[in-house]
Design a protein around this ligand. Structure first.
Ligand code: NDP
Length: 284
């Protein structure tokens, strides 16, 4: 029977470790502060922002909330980011994506100071990830590495297949697995014989955004499956990119949806906020 990788439990462990660390920092007079900016009131974004604020409160990170109207111009948003970049008491800046269509997302990502870019989306941090230097790593793939390590799943020398090549999940995931000495293949919508490639995987990371796409035909017996996808069906139930019921008897371990990768993303965002203080100390 497959081992369920418990993202809820592992994310709680990480948050508790951070809580202790933040308390120690406070004793030494350092407060960790995250500025969270939301433009408009997309309901899904409001839920994500609410969860981030809750996690900050739990860990003891001060959060500053900026709820800006949908009509906010790119210039107004850039001006706020510039102000926060220059505030010594702000360690991390997060702009909840997506921003409204009239604002260029790339301009916003690039405007955040790389040392405050706790989402790890700035090209400087992406470059640091590739070259193995210090910097912020995108939270979802960083969380997946923690899930594997804290579940004692060996990555070194393993055949890993990442399906999806987005800047926030697929590409950084592949680089992180490479850093752990895996042999990595990245697949996407142009990949030929996807089933055959996936069947080679000791560790398969499914991140394409298609509900229950990966059935047993894609899975090697004994594989570890990481399901990044998150979808809500008509009955309001959540599912992933993997058809879990179909593959359960085949895999050695799998992340559930919900309760697998999802909770790790916020835990790693909190990790990055604490890391921001360390990076800012060494750089200044
Ligand atoms: P994107 O839509 O940005 O990227 C999807 C990727 O999947 C693309 O590279 C695309 O290929 C590839 N793809 C799509 N269809 C196929 C197919 N049939 N065969 C092979 N490859 C395919 O998605 P994200 O990376 O942002 O997110 C992926 C999923 O993960 C989503 O369900 C999202 O909701 C979820 N997610 C979950 C998070 C969490 O915290 N749990 C965090 C972030 C995302 P191509 O490049 O060729 O178009």
């Amino acid at each position: 029977m497959a081992f369920l990788i418990d993202g809820k439990k592992i994310s709680s462990q990480i948050k508790d470790e951070l809580k202790n660390e933040v308390a120690e920092m406070k004793k030494k007079g350092t407060e960790v502060t995250l500025a969270v900016i939301q433009v408009g009131n997309d309901p899904a974004s409001s839920v994500y922002v609410g969860n981030k604020k809750k996690a900050c409160a739990y860990i003891g990170i001060r959060s500053l909330a900026y709820e800006l109207p949908e009509s906010t111009t790119e210039m107004e948003l850039l001006t706020l980011i510039d102000k926060l970049n220059n505030r010594k008491d702000v360690n991390g800046i997060l702009v909840q994506l997506p921003v409204p269509a009239h604002i260029n997302e790339k301009h916003i990502i690039e405007a955040i100071h790389p040392l405050k870019d706790v989402d790890g989306f700035h090209p400087r941090n992406v470059g640091a990830l590739v070259t193995g230097e210090d910097g912020f790593v995108s939270c979802t793939p960083a969380g997946i590495i923690q899930l594997l390590k804290r579940s004692n799943i060996d990555i070194d020398g393993k055949e890993c297949v990442v399906v999806g090549r987005s800047n926030i999940v697929g590409k950084p995931m592949a680089i992180l697995l490479l850093r752990e000495n895996a042999t990595v293949t990245i697949c996407h919508s142009h990949t030929k014989d996807l089933k055959e490639v996936c069947k080679r995987a000791d560790i398969l990371v499914a991140a394409i955004g298609k509900p229950k796409f990966f059935n047993r035909e894609y899975i090697k017996e004994g594989a570890v499956v990481i399901d990044v996808g998150i979808h809500r069906n008509e009955q309001n139930k959540l599912c992933g990119d993997v058809d879990r019921d179909d593959v359960m008897d085949l895999v050695s371990a799998i992340t559930p949806v919900p309760g697998g990768v999802g909770p790790m993303t916020i835990a790693m965002l909190m990790y990055n906020c604490v890391e921001a203080v360390r990076l800012q100390k060494t750089e200044r």
